[in-house]
Design a protein around this ligand. Sequence first.
Ligand SMILES: Nc1ncnc2c1ncn2[C@@H]1O[C@H](COP(=O)(O)OP(=O)(O)OP(=O)(O)O)[C@@H](O)[C@H]1O
Ligand SMILES: [Mg+2]
Length: 212
Amino acid sequence: MWTDAAGRDQPEKSYGTHQVLTGVDLAVDRGSRVVILGLNGSGKTTLLRILAGEQQPDSGRVVHGHGLRLGYFAQEHDTLVRDHTVRQNLADAAPYLTDGEVRRVLGAFLFSGDDADKTAGVLSDGEKTRLALAGLVHSGANVLLLDEPTNNLDPASRDEVLAAVGSYPGAIVMVTHDEGAIDALRPDRVLLLPDADEDLWDEEYRDLVGLA
Ligand SMILES: Nc1ncnc2c1ncn2[C@@H]1O[C@H](COP(=O)(O)OP(=O)(O)OP(=O)(O)O)[C@@H](O)[C@H]1O
Ligand SMILES: [Mg+2]
């Protein structure tokens, strides 16, 4: 997946007269790990939504490579079906899992047997985050777009989610303000918004994570 790599047609986005994104040039190769940093309102969520195809740029384009299977985690618009159970939601998101594997994955993401029969609509924000991420990492996607995936999580849940991020074999593009998520991601590149400067990851960027 890449935005136009020849330096033309890079996505731009404005809301009214407020230009949020200018000329983002980003290529996400197989297995690559990119962290997006920037202050509140700098356009991180807007960019992920454009990469996910949920929002159209005003100009420019995003090219999805052959064989791309995207998984998108958005805290505000999670993909859970509210009146389906926890178990059904995972089975729908990850159709290749057997019933036994669904049980094992729910356990790994800290859902007890009783929790599995709750409807997703009654879950707390942290539980919804856990369930959505459990589905994504087992969905068969090969690129995950994760928008602040550790928000709302208690320490045990955060550990499980970060372990899943750490062992995920595909590419990940992640927005985060959480230094522990950087440790789990082991980014190879960083994209800084609003200027859309891209660079190889350097530990010096760590200072920006908490601020951003
Ligand atoms: N639908 C919309 N209409 C008008 N303005 C919008 C809309 N969506 C986002 N914006 C504005 O675009 C800017 C970027 O928003 P965005 O949600 O992408 O920021 P962000 O970097 O994800 O911030 P945060 O760190 O708070 O999550 C903000 O100034 C926001 O108010
Ligand atoms: Mg955001």
